[in-house]
Design a protein around this ligand. Structure first.
Ligand code: GRF
Length: 234
């Protein structure tokens, strides 16, 4: 091996060593999980996906993660009944055992106790299919259409004890079409989710954000001045 290629290899190793160890928590098909796994295959991505955990046995995302060569685990929340904290302690044990540094919820259908959230405060992200703080909770696309909003979208945010709240890292928007149904709107929003989640994780994992007075701020100067007006008058 030449001296120059050795240098390149050692630089690459150092870069890889700096990658944050990420676990993804899922309950379903895991399309956001797949977007994160794919993004993390890039050499310069500052995070590696080392573990996928589902709280539902047989969740579709588990097989996809295994296909991508990622370790998977199932910790069935159902088995713990109303004892939420025992479930979370098991979850926490698995995360700690794998030296996880950041946790990403990707369609993880489970409300968490303040105890669990505290363990991962500032190190746990979620994606929600709406422009928070609008439309917390379920059926976001139906509710957006019922309200006649003209712009809708998705949000990546840090997890806090309150559902679908917490410092917003990144948002992506789509124009709502006059003939949209919940399904057509969901499809376009999902495409945006697959864009912003990998970008938001990149930003956070590389240390590109800070929390100030409960808000997430990017460390880099400058912000986009793109404007989305909907409907466009033609
Ligand atoms: C996504 O719409 C996400 O925003 C929400 O649950 C859905 C999960 O989809 N939290 P997938 O499992 O990532 O395909």
């Amino acid at each position: 091996m030449s001296a120059s290629s050795m240098t390149a290899t050692s630089i690459w190793r150092t870069e890889m060593a700096k990658r944050r160890r990420v676990a993804i928590l899922i309950s379903g098909r895991g399309s956001n999980m797949t977007a994160l796994i794919e993004a993390a295959t890039a050499k310069d991505y500052p995070a590696e996906i080392v573990l996928v955990i589902s709280n539902i046995a047989g969740a579709g995302g588990l097989a996809k993660a295994a296909e991508a060569g990622i370790e998977t685990a199932t910790i069935e929340s159902k088995a713990f009944g109303k004892d939420r904290e025992s479930f979370e302690r098991k979850l926490n044990e698995a995360l700690v055992a794998h030296n996880i540094e950041l946790v990403c919820f990707a369609g993880f259908l489970r409300l968490l106790t303040p105890w669990f959230v505290k363990q991962w405060e500032g190190r746990m992200l979620n994606i929600h299919p709406a422009l928070l703080p609008s439309y917390r909770g379920l059926h976001t696309h139906e509710r957006a259409l019922a309200d006649g909003v003209k712009i809708h979208g998705a949000t990546v945010h840090f997890v806090v004890p309150e559902m679908d709240s917490g410092p917003i890292v990144m948002q992506g928007a789509v124009a709502v079409r006059d003939d949209d149904t919940p399904d057509t709107l969901a499809r376009r929003v999902l495409a945006v989710e697959h864009q912003i989640y990998p970008d938001a994780l990149r930003l956070v994992a590389s240390g590109g954000t800070r929390i100030e007075n409960g808000l997430c701020k990017p460390n880099a100067k400058g912000s986009p001045d793109d404007t989305l007006i909907s409907p466009a008058i033609i």
